[in-house]
Design a protein around this ligand. Structure first.
Ligand code: NAP
Ligand code: HSE
Length: 441
């Protein structure tokens, strides 16, 4: 079992051997002696469950003896007290995880979609069977953000978190803005590099980041979060001209995941944001992720590292594995109340109440009086203009007009946007992107 003072190997099973599982197998093989020395006993990968045992697996030279596609045989493997789940998705994978927990096996998982939807039930199942779930790789790839929040910042009440939590989206935005690549080209590269989910719609729609935010908010605020409480807008509807116009105003575009706690209620959202280029988080590029966490005692803390890919993610999985195998994590899991199954459901702040600055672009007819009409709509909604940007165009043509606002409430802003859309001097739908300013701290 885990934690006994023996030098016999500790047996590990793994579900999935793709990008993440391959990285885990590689680390366990290449660093075997280092890990054995740190742990005081060797780790032995005993069985690997996949869908197709005939697929070539460069990361698994001993595939012949390790691979199986039979879940029963996998779970019945003797002396295998820890199971790594690096498969992804729910359904059958959720069943395998539940059966492992029911058998008292500890589970290490990278699966945010599973935890965001079924976390509280799975944590409860683990507690009931004297097992634990470690999930560092589920959020922020290789950044040890869950350990930081749960253990490093335990003395704090967390007030807010602002993060880049999807490596695929950050890679795409970086390649588009810095290297002029098309969205499709950049997405294909992110897929080839192993950053994207099996279904990349999850990445570009903001859902993957929303799942991660649901997990992080639950542990940071001590609440139970239903994934559907996190609203998400992705990068799939962004227009390159807005990225360029925002850059003229001194902003970089990022897909940000934001969770804030105000008077016992929480707000959780994922959407593209304009961030001033001087902010640290605006300088996080490519597959890197970053998270600013504000604690009441510590103030502002900032974490950055590779958010996706084979070895960064395997780093988080194998570190979890070592923490579980050492026995300290299972003990903390059993004794402390840091996991959402023991928490009350989150009370969520209505989206209409949110306050932000906004970038608004309309395609307006270039003729006298148009700007006055736009200003009137915004003024009547109590929205104050901060700056206006319009390039010269031939008279009588439609031309992009960008307005940035001071802080405004989302509800009235939505009303004003709907009214702008009705003006006959405006063509098409106005574009609205939030401008986010990081809190001081
Ligand atoms: P992947 O490359 O598509 O690999 C998935 C592996 O799981 C494959 O080996 C597949 O088997 C196996 N699998 C899928 N469904 C299974 C089932 N029902 N039973 C048994 N095996 C099954 O995926 P990945 O990128 O490694 O991602 C794995 C997990 O890590 C996902 O939860 C993902 O969200 C998470 N994650 C990924 C990254 C990343 O950068 N890629 C980062 C952090 C977290 P076959 O090989 O036989 O098809
Ligand atoms: N598809 C995810 C991303 C993998 O791009 O961030 C890491 O969770």
């Amino acid at each position: 079992g885990v934690g006994s003072l023996s030098e016999s190997p500790i047996g590990v099973g793994m579900i999935g051997c793709g990008t993440v599982g391959g990285g885990v197998a590689r680390l366990l093989r290449e660093q075997a002696e280092v890990y054995a020395a740190r742990l005081g006993r060797p780790i032995e990968l005993r069985r690997v469950l996949v869908r197709d045992t005939r697929k070539a697996r460069a990361a698994l030279p001993d595939a012949d003896t390790l691979l199986t596609d039979d879940a029963d045989a996998f779970l019945d493997t003797p002396d295998m007290p820890i199971v790594i789940e690096a498969a992804g998705g729910r359904g059958a994978v959720s069943e395998h995880v539940q059966r492992a927990l029911q058998a008292g096996k500890h589970v290490v998982t990278a699966n945010k979609s599973l935890l965001a939807a079924e976390g509280p039930a799975l944590f409860q199942l683990a507690h009931r069977h004297n097992a634990c779930i470690a999930f560092e790789a589920s959020c922020g790839g290789g950044i040890p953000i869950i350990t930081a929040i749960q253990f490093g910042l335990m003395a704090n009440s967390i007030r807010g978190m602002y993060g880049i939590l999807n490596g695929t989206c950050n890679y795409i935005l970086t390649e588009m803005t810095q290297r002029g690549k098309s969205y499709a080209e950049a997405l294909a590269e992110a897929q080839a590099a192993g950053f994207a989910e099996a279904d990349p719609t999850l990445d570009v729609s903001g859902r993957d980041a929303a799942q991660k935010l649901a997990i992080l908010a639950a542990i940071a605020f001590g609440v139970k979060v239903d994934e559907q409480q996190v609203w998400a807008e992705g990068i799939d509807t962004l227009d390159l001209q807005d990225i360029r116009l925002g850059a003229e105003l001194g902003y970089d575009i990022k897909l940000l995941a934001i969770a804030e706690q105000v008077d016992g209620r929480v707000s959780m959202r994922v959407h593209p944001c304009f961030i001033h280029v001087d902010e640290a988080i605006a300088q996080v590029h490519g597959s890197f992720n970053a998270l600013s966490v504000y604690g009441h005692a510590v103030g502002h803390t900032f974490y950055m590292g590779r958010g996706a890919g084979e070895l960064p993610t395997a780093s988080a999985v194998v570190s979890d594995l070592l923490n579980v195998a050492s026995g300290w994590y299972p003990q903390a899991f059993a004794r402390m109340r840091l996991w959402p199954d023991t928490h009350a459901p989150a009370k969520v702040i209505d989206a209409g109440e949110l306050i932000s600055r906004f970038y608004i672009r309309v395609n307006a007819m270039d003729k006298p009086g148009v700007m006055a009409q736009i200003s009137r709509v915004l003024g009547e909604a109590g929205i104050s203009i901060s700056a206006i940007l319009q390039h010269e165009a031939a008279a009588g043509q439609f031309v992009p007009v960008v307005i940035t606002t001071h802080e405004a409430q989302q509800g009235p802003l939505n009303g004003a946007i709907a009214q702008l859309e009705q003006l006959d001097v405006i063509e098409g739908r106005p574009v609205c992107i939030r401008i986010v300013e990081m809190p001081a701290g």
